[in-house]
Design a protein around this ligand. Structure first.
Ligand code: PMP
Length: 306
């Protein structure tokens, strides 16, 4: 689905017209992938748009930048304002927000440190990432022939721009083979994550999800779901999973800001089936939470207008 254009994008402290939000062709990040980013969602609530877990996303942006020796030239408060302003100035009641920290035009070569650090924050309306049918009935996954980053080859705790070439290749491979999404295994053969989502399975009534040491990003949706599941009374364990754990799961789902909570129907054509009761309970609570309908998790919402 093509990007749905809105009026303004925040660039280095200014709101610029969408069509003028351009960069020089010698921008360092375009050549070497030397930047970091976030993916955030805002939801419509009875008090207007609210950004879900904004603080955690901005903290992860700074953490990602630290790993790559990038000093973000804006304060946390300025980035909070930037996110809120692209939602309000564009009149969005809900949408996806993309902060991008990139290295601009300065010097060429593999040392990024002489290049200016630039920051942009864009927002636009974005429906279900893996489709309405996927959200309701579950997606079909394929285990990728591409392996997730070895943590000593790429810093898996960071959302680095260039790291996503790995995810893109796995995504294209899965789509070309007729599946909805790919699962990547870690360098030592355990289940890691999907191309932009963490993964959960249900086994003997317990929820299992791979740890960061399996090369998975520490997902903010994953963290929300762990909290929600425990509060609903389910046991959750972070543990290494084998591909056969996916094939034989009682239920399975994936989590991510863009994808939200999406049931998994099958993995490599081994049927898991219709979304199960635990998946549905977590999905329902998650959607009620992001819309501000669950008191217990109200502190996860940052309202755009106070
Ligand atoms: N894994 C990867 C590789 C991702 O890009 C994302 C999306 N940020 C996730 C997992 C899910 O993370 P979150 O729930 O914080 O969006």
């Amino acid at each position: 689905m093509p990007l749905q254009k809105v009026n303004k994008i925040w660039m280095d402290g200014q709101l610029v017209d969408w069509d003028d939000a351009n960069v020089h062709i010698l921008t360092h990040t375009l050549h070497y992938g030397s930047g970091v980013f976030e993916g955030i969602r805002a939801y419509a609530t009875s008090r207007g748009p609210a950004v879900f877990r904004l603080g955690e996303h901005i903290d992860r942006l700074y953490d990602s930048a630290k790993v790559f020796f990038i000093d973000i030239p804006f304060s946390r408060a300025e980035l909070f304002d930037a996110v809120k302003s692209v939602i309000s100035v564009n009149g969005l009641d809900a949408g996806y927000v993309r902060p991008l920290v990139y290295l601009g035009y300065g010097e060429m070569g593999l040392n990024p440190t002489p290049c200016p650090v630039r920051v942009a924050v864009a927002a636009w309306p974005w429906g279900t990432y893996l489709g309405d049918e996927g959200l309701a009935r579950g997606v079909r996954l394929k285990i990728s022939t591409w392996v997730r980053h070895d943590p000593n080859a790429m810093p898996v705790a960071a959302k680095g721009v260039g790291m996503y070439v790995n995810s893109s290749m796995a995504k294209v491979e899965a789509l070309k083979a007729g599946y909805d999404e790919a699962v990547l295994l870690s360098h030592n053969g355990y289940v890691s994550e999907c191309t932009g989502e963490n993964i959960f399975i249900v086994k003997k009534g317990r929820l299992l999800t791979p740890p960061v040491s399996a090369g998975a990003l520490e997902g903010i949706t994953q963290d929300s779901v762990i909290t929600i599941a425990r509060d609903l009374g389910y046991e959750v364990v972070e543990t290494n999973l084998l591909r056969t754990d996916l094939y034989l799961a009682e239920e399975a789902f994936l989590t991510g800001t863009a994808a939200e909570v999406v049931p998994i129907r099958s993995v490599d054509d081994r049927e898991i089936g219709d979304p199960g009761p635990i998946t549905k309970a977590i999905q329902d609570t998650y959607f009620a939470t992001v819309r501000g309908e669950v008191d217990r998790y109200k502190n996860w919402l940052e309202y755009v207008t106070n």
